[in-house]
Design a protein around this ligand. Structure first.
Ligand SMILES: Cc1cc2nc3c(=O)[nH]c(=O)nc-3n(C[C@H](O)[C@H](O)[C@H](O)COP(=O)(O)OP(=O)(O)OC[C@H]3O[C@@H](n4cnc5c(N)ncnc54)[C@H](O)[C@@H]3O)c2cc1C
Ligand SMILES: NC(=O)c1ccc[n+]([C@@H]2O[C@H](COP(=O)([O-])OP(=O)(O)OC[C@H]3O[C@@H](n4cnc5c(N)ncnc54)[C@H](O)[C@@H]3O)[C@@H](O)[C@H]2O)c1
Length: 489
């Protein structure tokens, strides 16, 4: 490897490290403002989201929902009969959504947008300096006139205290979203979003799935009824759901006679044993910062990057270093990463033009929604859609609130949506400011209900005005009438 000093520096206005959805959007904003922008990517342009996370997982889950919706209505139920999903067709559609793991389309978008691509591994080499190490070992030194944005995302975390885990080649989100075949038996460890979504997908594709959860419920950061209804849904699908279960050892064993075939033996905390074909670890994420040169700017490699609301990295002088997306740990969601990217891009452009930043709450350069109004949909059966604070989070924040719950099955639009519709809605109402600070919906088809709640929460729409926002009859959205009555009552 050559040292940065011996490489001719190439000057840009802005350098973005990581071309996931966040990095792409930072670069889009700065390039649109006329700043010469380069984006550095070591794998595929489009990032985890496009190839091993959101897109392939939702491509696997959409057929599950479509079939469930058809089955939920007398008439269409008879049309689809008792048949299962066609795994080959589902996997082929998934492959097309990942562009067969080729990034030509996104590279073309960079070209069309006037963003330069530097393929290779990016590392900070000092203030406003980044080296890019290409696969062939060649190295470039990039220098930024204005800003460097670290958008390197996150990677899966494997527990360190499970005997034999690394040698057993467990699935992470990459194999679990990209597998070309359906394992006959799959164990999923972790009851968070990745665990419940991928347990749903692979069970619907025909795997025998056991979901091993060390706690007592699923989706612990959401309203408790979300985890309960999702647990019921998983059981209805035939998932073997085990709470209070820890895995202490994992061993992959070759099978005699079969060409390279193997199986995985799990030892559980209570001494029980389990044998499966694959084990997916869905036990959280860590920042991809171990090897991005943080030590060059006085930060600790491997840590999440602390930022202020404009996504400027704290602890580095000069306001030239930004971090957006998963890597700053504010909200590990693609849409929040893209939102932070718009804020970051705006802040970079403002500083480049010597304009002051507007970092007041809800200001143009403050990612206020990360804490106040980040929406999330979990694409299980039933779906979960939530925004803002749960009751627990609101109480922790010291707010004086009341919750209004409603049975979604009692709403005319929901009963038309599916026979025996089962679901629940909750809003968290701030009694002092008379605005909603949180909303959660669980049930089939609720994902498309969510944006109304996001607007109410982020817009801090006074309850007396929301009263005039009339939901169409007969939609599931009519639940809003009951929720608003509860707030005013
Ligand atoms: C299974 C799964 C399903 C998910 N589903 C959803 C969903 O439905 N909706 C949702 O909102 N979120 C979802 N997420 C979360 C979502 O994937 C992330 O929040 C999102 O990908 C974060 O985007 P990012 O741009 O910050 O990082 P990433 O998408 O991880 O992109 C980072 C990029 O940086 C590159 N990079 C890293 N280090 C370097 C380096 N040193 N030099 C050069 N390049 C580098 C990487 O190769 C990568 O391309 C899901 C996550 C998982 C695991
Ligand atoms: N639809 C979506 O929006 C979507 C889908 C998937 C992922 N994501 C995002 O990706 C991120 C990562 O998801 P995730 O599910 O990997 O993480 P997570 O933090 O949501 O859940 C991980 C779960 O694993 C458990 N766990 C941790 N260590 C364990 C161990 N040693 N043994 C057993 N269980 C253990 C945790 O208690 C937790 O419940 C999330 O923050 C989520 O927001 C979003």
């Amino acid at each position: 490897m050559t040292s940065p000093q011996s490489t001719t520096p190439e000057e840009f206005d802005v350098i973005v490290i990581g071309a996931g959805p966040t990095g792409e959007n930072v670069a889009d904003r700065t390039a649109a403002a006329g700043l010469r922008t380069v984006i550095v990517e070591s794998e595929l342009v489009g990032g985890e989201c496009s190839y091993w996370a959101c897109m392939p997982s939702k491509a696997l889950l959409r057929p599950v929902a479509a079939l469930a919706d058809a089955r939920a209505v007398a008439g269409s139920r008879e049309a689809v009969g008792g048949g299962a999903l066609d795994p080959a067709a589902v996997l082929a559609r998934r492959d097309s959504f990942t562009s067969h793991w080729q990034d030509d389309g996104q590279v073309q978008w960079l070209r069309d947008t006037g963003i330069e691509l530097a393929r290779g591994h990016g590392r900070l080499a000092g203030e406003r300096q980044v080296t890019v190490e290409a696969e062939d070992g060649g190295e470039r030194l990039l220098v930024a006139r204005h800003a460097v944005a670290i958008c390197t995302g996150s990677r899966p975390v494997l527990p360190y205290d499970v005997t034999g885990l690394a040698d057993a080649r467990p699935w992470t989100n990459r194999e679990a979203t990209g597998s070309p075949t359906v394992p006959r038996r799959l164990a999923v460890v972790g009851g968070g979003v990745v665990g419940v979504e991928l347990a749903t997908a692979w069970r619907a594709l025909g795997s025998e799935v056991v979901l091993l959860v060390r706690g007592s419920g699923l989706l612990p950061r959401m309203e408790p009824f979300a985890g309960e209804l999702v647990a019921d849904g998983l059981r209805d699908l035939g998932v073997d759901l085990r709470f209070g279960t820890e895995v202490t050892a994992v061993e992959r064993r070759a099978l005699d006679g079969a060409d390279g075939a193997s199986e995985v033996a799990l030892t559980l905390g209570d001494g029980g044993r389990l044998t499966v074909d694959e084990v997916l670890y869905a036990t959280g994420r860590a920042p991809r910062t171990a090897d991005v040169g943080l030590e060059q700017v006085g930060l600790h490699p491997g840590n999440w990057l602390d930022v202020d609301d404009s996504c400027t990295v704290l602890g580095v002088d000069g306001a030239w270093l930004y971090a957006a997306g998963d890597v700053n740990h504010r909200a590990l969601l693609t849409h929040q990463g893209k939102y932070q990217a718009r804020i970051t891009g705006g802040a970079i452009v403002a500083r480049a033009q010597a304009r002051p930043l507007d970092t007041a709450r809800w200001g143009a350069h403050a990612a206020s929604a990360d804490s106040a109004g980040a929406p999330q949909v979990v694409f299980t059966q039933p779906e979960v859609a939530s925004v803002g604070l749960t009751l627990h989070a609101a109480e922790q924040a010291g707010l004086r609130v009341k919750v209004i719950d409603h049975d979604l099955g009692a709403v005319a639009g929901a009963s038309l949506y599916g026979d025996d519709y089962r679901g629940r809605a909750r809003v968290v109402f701030d009694l002092d400011r008379e605005v909603l600070v949180g909303a959660s919906f669980v049930g089939p088809g609720v994902s498309e209900l969510l944006h109304s709640a996001t607007i109410a929460v982020v817009g801090e729409v006074p309850i007396d005005r929301l009263w005039h926002a009339v939901p169409a009859y007969p939609t599931i959205s009519e639940v809003w009438l009951r929720l608003l009555e509860g707030c005013r009552g």
